[in-house]
Design a protein around this ligand. Structure first.
Ligand code: S3P
Length: 184
């Protein structure tokens, strides 16, 4: 049984990192609800600010422009009140954005297998990077090149297909353990 009362008093903002489809938004939103603190999805914020979809930003202004917007948005979020942030999968790959996240928050890598990721992303067309050719091949390339960078996150939690409430318990336990180990 999961424990709906299992909560934790966060000292720092949590930023979920990991590949597209690893569950950053799904888990982030539910963790924030459980803890009663704000949740921010940086892609959704960028879309609202720009008045258009991420796909259009990539098409019309290019990836570098998007990365700049992403960095500015994440900087604001990690500099504000304690909250849960779910950025896009490439945010942690950008050196400057990664430094911001590492310096100002507790980063949690949701590590899902390639097969799980492919299953989750294959029917969607909202991710411009995966629309540039064969989805499975692009995902494989991103997976292989990005993994060593995601490994730099403060914490790693396996992302599987277990129900979300179990994943939340698991994330809370991991944060608790990390905080205890880093208290002294
Ligand atoms: C990207 C992931 C997307 C989105 C953009 C770029 C990436 O977010 O930010 O399409 O570089 O991995 P999700 O990780 O939520 O799919």
């Amino acid at each position: 049984m999961w424990d709906e009362d299992k909560i934790i008093d966060l000292k720092k903002t949590i930023v979920f990192v990991g590949m597209p489809g690893c569950g950053k938004s799904a888990i982030g939103k539910r963790l924030a609800e459980r803890l009663g603190i704000p949740f921010h999805d940086s892609d959704a914020m960028i879309e609202k600010d720009q008045g258009c979809k991420i796909t259009s930003i990539f098409e019309e202004k290019g990836e570098d422009y998007f990365r700049q917007l992403e960095k500015n948005t994440i900087n604001k979020l990690v500099s504000g009140e304690v909250c849960i942030v779910s950025p896009g999968g490439g945010a942690f790959i950008d050196l400057d954005t990664r430094k911001l996240i590492q310096d100002k928050s507790l980063s949690i890598w949701l590590n899902a297998s390639y097969d799980i990721l492919l299953e989750r992303v294959k029917s969607k067309n909202t991710r411009p990077l995966l629309e540039r050719g064969d989805k499975a091949e692009i995902l494989r390339e991103l997976f292989d090149t990005r993994l060593p960078i995601y490994e730099e996150a403060h914490l790693e939690v396996q992302s599987t297909n277990i129900p979300h409430h179990y994943m939340i318990d698991y994330v809370i336990d991991s944060i608790d353990k990390y905080n205890k180990e880093h208290e002294q």
